[in-house]
Write a protein that binds this ligand. Sequence first.
Ligand SMILES: C[S@@+](CC[C@H](N)C(=O)[O-])C[C@H]1O[C@@H](n2cnc3c(N)ncnc32)[C@H](O)[C@@H]1O
Length: 228
Amino acid sequence: MSSCCRPGDYDKVFDEKHARSKARAYARDGLTGDAKRIVELIRGYWGEREAHTPSSGAQRGPREYTVLEVGGGIGEIHLELLKDGAARAVNVELATRYETVAAELIRERGLGDRVERRLGDFVREADGVPEADVVVMHRVVCCYPDADALVGAAADHARRHLVMTIPVDRWWIRRGIAVGNAVLALRRSTFRGYVHATRVVISAAERRGMRLAERRRGLIWQLIALER
Ligand SMILES: C[S@@+](CC[C@H](N)C(=O)[O-])C[C@H]1O[C@@H](n2cnc3c(N)ncnc32)[C@H](O)[C@@H]1O
């Protein structure tokens, strides 16, 4: 397993200023782009359908599910899912500077008893993290050197669905990330971006018994959903 960059370098890239600007955009526009598509996709999987309860028999309504988000930042994806359907969410985050803003958003929504935020490298901490029905990694795999270990651990934790976004592996995106990495190196940061091969990402989950359910390619990002 490759280790990630020097402790603290994630916090310089994803600092509190970044977290505050993400929270302002979320307050102003709500979810947009792939974050919105991820939530719609998951709601589609778990939304309105007949559910049978022992006490009241057949009822219509969203089925309850649990969420594990890895690298969820301020947490807007699981906060949206918790509005309907999702019962609980756990977020595991390597960068530590999102926590103040994330705690404010949780408090404002009165969700303190339904969201658990943990700090750490999910690959290293995975054994102590509970499984969930749905695992989400939005723009996370590109920030970690070992895609096989990260996606494999995420798949191991996904009882039903694993939904991810990663950069499309096109030469000009590789070139852009390489330029960004050169700038980071000049600034003496050990943080790096990665364009992992799509087949490596998908096969890491497939080897854990998941199958590809959806792949939507945009210009820069692609959404990949697997299920079991
Ligand atoms: C580009 S940010 C995306 C944050 C958020 N998903 C969003 O789209 O705003 C990448 C995030 O992935 C997190 N991350 C990367 N590798 C991780 C790992 N192994 N365990 C936990 N978090 C990780 C980083 O800390 C960072 O917050």
